[in-house]
Design a protein around this ligand. Structure first.
Ligand SMILES: [Zn+2]
Length: 260
């Protein structure tokens, strides 16, 4: 019996009927996708049995979603400077501490965990200073966190909020971007932050300083985390611009441009 699946290419107007036994046809469509990676062809094909949207197949396989989170974890390549990847598949060693951490100026800090790597720290201060010209006040509330502190936060949340909610918002120790010294939470870890002028300013301007919103709305499946309007990540100006222009997550950027 033929197995027919309807594909929608990100748009309801155009629907294609693909016979999945026509392997060659499927391969050609996959190859036309901007983010197609030759090394993943077999995985795209097996994943296509579970998924009927080409964009999703390519995106999800590229970032590793064909397997469960926190399974077969890779060690993060920390030699990659500003573009180290820390997520639910790529984690840091428990003793990893960046060697160029510096304290954020008190002018732009309200948190006890006030250290970022040198370049990220400098750019955050420049950004926060420029923002003042638009009457926008930006403060760090939590930047670098070491392994033990992240473990404490994770366990605390598990105890008070339960496993499911914790997994959506809090990374397990070693797998938190905060340990990279390149991430910080700005102003408030409350969802209402998304309705503030500060958030809007960050969305419109942070890329100019090399920062990206790391866990955007509607990208939860890709990043593995719920929308966090407060969590920004330093990647450098060039990379931030690509991520903004292509409307992709850092995980997708890394899979396609770095780990290809
Ligand atoms: Zn955060």
């Amino acid at each position: 019996m033929l197995f027919i699946i309807i594909l929608c290419f990100g748009c309801n107007k155009y629907k294609y009927t693909i016979n999945y036994y026509d392997r060659e046809n499927l391969i050609n469509i996959l190859k036309d996708n901007k983010y197609y990676l030759e090394k993943n062809i077999d995985k795209y094909l097996s994943y296509s049995i579970l998924n009927n949207n080409i964009d999703n197949i390519v995106r999800e396989v590229n970032v590793g979603l064909y397997r469960d989170y926190y399974i077969n974890i890779n060690e993060t390549d920390t030699s990659l400077d500003n573009i180290v990847l820390v997520n639910k598949y790529n984690c840091l060693k428990s003793d990893y501490i960046p060697d160029d951490l510096e304290e954020i100026s008190n002018l732009y800090n309200l948190g006890q965990h006030n250290m970022l790597r040198k370049e990220a720290k400098n750019m955050f201060e420049i950004m926060a200073n420029d923002a003042l010209n638009d009457n926008i006040k930006l403060f760090n509330i939590s930047a670098f966190r070491n392994y033990n502190y992240q473990e404490y936060i994770y366990n605390y949340n598990i105890m008070h909020k339960g496993f499911e909610l914790t997994e959506k918002y809090v990374a397990r120790a070693g797998c938190s971007e905060h340990q990279s010294g390149l991430s910080l939470d700005i102003n408030s870890v409350n969802n209402s932050f998304k309705d503030t002028n500060e958030y809007k300013w960050l969305i419109n301007n942070s890329y100019k300083y090399g920062f990206i919103l790391r866990y955007p709305k509607e990208k939860e499946r890709i990043t593995g985390f719920s929308f966090e309007p407060w969590h920004f990540r330093y990647v450098g100006k060039e990379v931030a611009l690509i991520i903004k222009d292509e409307n992709i997550t850092f995980d997708e950027y890394y899979a396609y441009y770095i780990n290809n």
